[in-house]
Design a protein around this ligand. Structure first.
Ligand code: SF4
Ligand code: MSK
Length: 672
């Protein structure tokens, strides 16, 4: 007899809206990723990277001491190869997204698209100037054409360096050169990762892993950064805006269209089309009050932070939104889209519409997106959804939604700290130097049904807030905090420590800052680089009291993000199981690769990667690292009783002093 799930909705997720939908699924006898994960035990060999299937002599399972594959490959070689293949896939996904954005910019610049304009000319000019593209006396389209050409060239470039790496600190660039990991071209590094891991190629684990770093750098300081830059130029650099999150954003009396995936080219055009009077009239004629758009995953983040379009939820909410019975169409493009959506949708009226030439799902409706006819196609998609409104059956929309203020791009953080005329990271650095803010944690990444949805995100975020750690978030982790109400001023501040609270109140920000989608982890690199350049916190990212965490990661993109952050100098902690964990009780050398990406990479890059299942241990290691970095900088030890007195004017007075005097006044450090 087939096994049945035994866990209850409250065991699967901390989100009450999700619990309600899981109860509905159970009543209807429908499976979801939550129940499938319970019934599908992960393969204990593949789960820890001990299986190789790179050739037809295998697959080889290396589960015994000293065992090798048929070709003689050792366990550390197999694990290193598996690991960098995952990094290469993640890097490819982000970077292909960046490539498409660059092509769209080129077409917009040449007037070949329908519906797009360059919305942020200031960012276009600033970005172009970084690469010495002439800007004076030139039209935005001329500048955009040159920038698009430069960015497109980064993918197929064979020699030299990915030009965006020049945006790292000078010290970091020199280190990458010394270590031989400067990416030459985005595609070249991904291809080489696949070549090196083919049967009979690179079989020296440190050498393999070194190329993993190079491949990841091609993502973080290449493809992802291009995606973020171009999205901002075309659709506007995010700034704070009011939004909402969770399934309660779906509307009973409107045509609900959920956009899901990653690239903003499609979703932005659907937003534009949904406001078209012709489409609104069409929806009303169908008996609805209008069109209600909502997002899932990183598409949600893209349109939430720029347009204030609500987020229906994060990764594990994709099936749950269909379970409401209230979604007329789910429109998907690329990445993180579960094939299960199509089967699930057959129990409701929801149409799953695929749009990317790269992604089709058997049984889904395919309406291929094309930038040249973008607005027309977006309208066609919306009309398909409206036509489906009449087919709605019984609906159940959980009444859970939270307000939030997303939109903290690095440009806006810079501005908010100093205003229009003296925008600067100085106040943030000063707050860390004084100890009001103990350090910074970037909590990012996915949901994973192998752990209770949002629990790890929530626990780690809340505990670090209490410890005066400023939190920045992206991806599905950001949506988790949004659903908990941590991204809206007062609500979040109640959970913050006294020093952090004081800073947030003074600047007028929540203590958890929403910085965007997965590709926007590049914004976090930029913030850290600017903090290092500002002075007082060392001269490179590895000296800043900061940690990156992905408590509920699941995608290969997360591993690429982790690796480029390590190469940039950050300590990165992943939750859940390690994909290269090995079985310590069965194979004596199963932790060689794990130790290498921690101790080995720390020695080389100042950053390290660890997999830590216990959330309290994640928090302990985060705080220990932050305190270690504070001590190395000669900053005062964190003291929770030192700050937080309302009306403390000291920092304000100190603001006017030069850096050296300010340091001396704060904690008697020697002046430079
Ligand atoms: Fe086995 Fe070696 Fe082939 Fe991998 S490459 S499947 S270890 S024989
Ligand atoms: S969508 S990669 S589940 S963050 Fe970017 Fe969320 Fe992870 Fe996909």
């Amino acid at each position: 007899m087939a096994k049945k799930p035994t866990l209850r909705p409250e065991d699967f997720t901390i989100d009450e809206a999700a619990q309600e939908m899981l109860a509905r699924a159970e009543e209807m006898g429908l499976s979801t990723a939550f129940t499938r994960a319970e019934l599908m035990a992960p393969c204990p060999i593949g789960n820890v990277g001990m299986c190789c299937k790179h050739c037809g002599m295998g697959p080889c399972r290396l589960t015994k001491d000293g065992q090798t594959g048929v070709c003689g490959a050792t366990l550390d070689t197999v694990q290193a190869r598996n690991f960098i293949r995952a990094i290469a896939a993640g890097s490819a996904a982000h970077s292909d997204h960046g490539r498409d954005m660059a092509f769209t910019l080129k077409e917009v610049a040449n007037g070949e698209t329908e519906g797009y304009v360059i919305r942020d000319v200031a960012k276009l000019r600033v970005t172009a100037a970084l690469y010495d593209i002439p800007i004076e006396g030139r039209s935005p389209n001329e500048i955009a054409n040159d920038l698009a050409d430069l960015y497109i060239a980064q993918f197929g470039q064979q020699r030299g360096r990915v030009v965006l790496t020049k945006r790292a600190t000078a010290k970091r660039q020199k280190l990458w050169e010394k270590m031989g990991v400067v990416p030459r071209g985005v595609d070249r590094e991904v291809v080489e990762a696949l070549h090196r891991t083919h049967i009979g190629d690179d079989q020296d684990p440190p050498h393999i892993l070194q190329h993993g770093i190079r491949t990841a750098l091609a993502d973080g300081w290449g493809g992802s950064l291009i995606a973020t830059d171009v999205s901002d130029i075309l659709f506007g650099t995010p700034a704070p805006i009011l939004g909402q999150a969770n399934l309660g954003v779906l509307k009973e009396d409107m045509v609900n269209v959920v956009v899901h995936g990653h690239e903003p080219t499609l979703s932005e055009m659907i937003v534009a089309a949904s406001q078209d009077p012709e489409i609104i009239a069409y929806a009303r004629a169908a008996g609805a009050k209008g069109i209600n758009l909502a997002g899932i995953c990183c598409t949600a983040n893209e349109i939430l932070m720029r347009q204030g379009i609500p987020a229906a939820g994060n990764f594990l909410h994709q099936e749950l939104s269909i379970l409401t019975g209230a979604v007329e169409a789910m429109v998907v493009d690329v990445q993180c889209i579960m094939q299960a959506l199509v089967q699930l949708s057959t129990n409701f009226h929801t149409k799953i519409i695929t749009t990317s030439p790269k992604v089709k799902i058997k049984g889904a409706t395919h309406i291929q997106f094309d930038e040249h006819k973008a607005l027309s196609i977006a309208k066609e998609i919306l009309k398909t959804a409206i036509d489906n409104y009449k087919n709605r059956g019984e609906i159940q929309i959980p009444q859970h939604r939270e307000d939030l203020v997303p939109g903290f791009s690095h440009e806006y953080i810079n501005y908010m700290l100093g205003g229009s005329y003296r925008s600067s990271f100085r106040p943030l650095n000063d707050a860390i130097m004084s100890g009001r803010i103990r350090g910074v944690a970037a909590i990012v990444g996915c949901n994973n049904p192998r752990s209770k949805q949002d629990y790890l995100h929530a626990h780690v975020t809340r505990e670090l807030l209490k410890q005066d750690v400023l939190i920045v978030e992206t991806g599905c982790g950001a949506i988790a905090s949004a659903k908990l109400g941590l991204m809206l001023g007062e609500a979040g501040l109640e959970e913050a420590g006294p020093g952090l609270r004081e800073i947030c109140e003074a600047i007028g920000i929540p203590p958890v800052l929403h910085m965007g989608s997965c590709v926007d982890n590049s914004r976090i690199l930029t913030v850290l680089t600017q903090m290092a350049t500002e002075g007082g916190l060392g001269d490179d990212i590895d000296q800043i009291p900061a940690v990156g965490l992905a408590p509920e990661w699941m995608s290969e993109k997360a591993l690429s993000i982790g690796a480029y952050c390590v190469a940039s100098g950050a300590y990165v902690i992943f939750g859940g199981a390690s994909p290269i964990g090995g079985m310590p009780d069965r194979v004596s050398d199963s932790d060689i690769v794990l130790r290498y990406i921690s101790e080995g990479w720390e020695e080389q890059f100042g950053g390290k990667m660890e997999f830590v299942a216990d959330p309290d241990e994640m928090i302990r290691r985060t705080l220990a690292h932050i305190d270690k970095k504070r001590a190395a900088l000669g900053l005062p030890a964190y003291d929770p009783d030192r700050f937080g007195r309302s009306g403390d004017e000291r920092m304000i007075q100190l603001e006017s002093l030069p850096l050296a005097q300010r340091k001396a006044a704060l904690y008697g450090a020697p002046t430079e």
